[in-house]
Design a protein around this ligand. Structure first.
Ligand code: B12
Ligand code: SF4
Ligand code: SF4
Length: 267
């Protein structure tokens, strides 16, 4: 079942990316699977909020949570590198990826229905309390439980293919095998404190190495939303995710590989 679903997601995104439906282009998606009964979901009542939903609150008889990461192509990150404000391309990629997630989820519901499974979808974003800035379903935490990656100090999930992209998750009663969670950190600061590029990139003083002010961050997102209001709702910024060591790879793996190469060359 895992391979079948992974293949469908890759194929859907590949066809979408080659169609005329969007200007945005995406790299090959990554997919992770979690057992709906994984006790880590219960820990989110503490880590996120007491009102955080359990998979069974979203679908009675839920067996699995499927989480996918849709990485942006590098040109989107590069376009958002300079300037205090988000680039138009970044804003457009946000709007178009949210649309892609909604369409992909609808496709997966139909696909899983053909195998006899029921599935509940969750919106890509805007399902959060605008005062507390916390959602009752965190895709990032679901991604961590489903083994897709680990949290960087910028709070984003870093996958084997980086953090520069968007996440989606769905809950189903199809039986999938849970993915293994990484046993190392993917964030260089958490690994050995050799990076804090995301903190340096933060344009509104929201991100520090030891804290995150989500209200300051949202303030910046709303400035960009006003700037791009003609495009749709683009409450974006993303300077902390663009052109940093973890944008497109797991930088800890790169660091270890480089150190091993240098060691074997006797440097
Ligand atoms: C509310 C929200 C916001 C708020 C608050 C941000 C925040 N940090 O929560 C605002 C509006 C400010 C915001 C900003 C952004 N967001 Co936002 N946002 C969301 C939303 C809707 C819910 C997030 C939520 O409730 N978090 C819960 C809070 C409590 O978690 P937290 O603050 O991140 O803190 C946790 C982590 O630090 C974590 N943690 C750290 N280390 C470890 C280690 C372990 C083991 C564990 C378990 C946890 C953990 O523990 C903390 C508490 O649990 C999600 C979509 C969704 N429904 O999931 C998108 C989402 C998180 N946003 C996303 C993005 C990309 C952004 C922006 C870059 C904007 C943009 N697109 O240009 C910025 C980045 C800000 C940042 N550095 O975090 C993506 C993240 C993709 C990724 N790779 O992780 C998401 C998943 C949307 C999506 N569908 O892809 N966002
Ligand atoms: S930019 Fe560096 S410090 Fe920030 S999350 Fe990525 S690896 Fe960690
Ligand atoms: S999205 Fe912008 S304001 Fe928010 S933490 Fe990242 S760089 Fe800072």
């Amino acid at each position: 079942m895992n391979d079948l679903i992974t293949r469908e997601i890759i194929q859907f995104v590949d066809e979408y990316t080659r169609s005329e439906k969007a200007h945005t282009r995406w790299l090959k998606p990554l997919t992770g699977f979690a057992d709906a009964e994984d006790p880590s979901f219960l820990s989110l009542k503490n880590a996120v909020s007491p009102t955080h939903a359990m998979p069974k609150d979203l679908l009675a008889g839920a067996r699995s949570v499927i989480v996918y990461f849709l990485p942006f192509t590098k040109d989107i990150a590069l376009s958002n590198r300079r300037s205090h404000y988000a680039s138009r391309y970044w804003a457009q990629a946000y709007i178009e990826t949210n649309r892609l997630i909604i369409e992909l989820n609808a496709y997966l519901v139909e696909f899983l229905k053909q195998t006899g499974a029921e599935t509940t979808v969750i919106p890509p974003t805007h399902n959060f309390d605008t005062q507390r800035l916390i959602s009752d379903w965190s895709h990032r935490h679901a991604a961590w439980i489903a083994g897709l990656g680990t949290f960087g100090i910028h709070n984003l999930i870093i996958t084997e293919n980086g953090c520069c992209g968007r996440l989606g998750s769905i809950v189903t009663n199809a039986q999938c095998s849970p993915s293994k969670r990484p046993d190392t950190q993917y964030c260089l600061y958490k690994y050995n404190q050799t990076c804090s590029a995301c903190v340096k990139n933060c344009v509104n003083g929201a991100l520090k190495t030891d804290s995150f002010d989500r209200h300051r961050c949202y303030e910046m997102l709303l400035e960009n939303a006003a700037l791009y209001s003609k495009e749709g709702l683009a409450d974006v910024c993303g300077k902390c995710t663009c052109v940093v060591p973890c944008s497109f790879t797991n930088p800890v793996k790169d660091y270890i590989d480089k150190a091993q190469d240098e060691h074997s060359l006797g440097k």
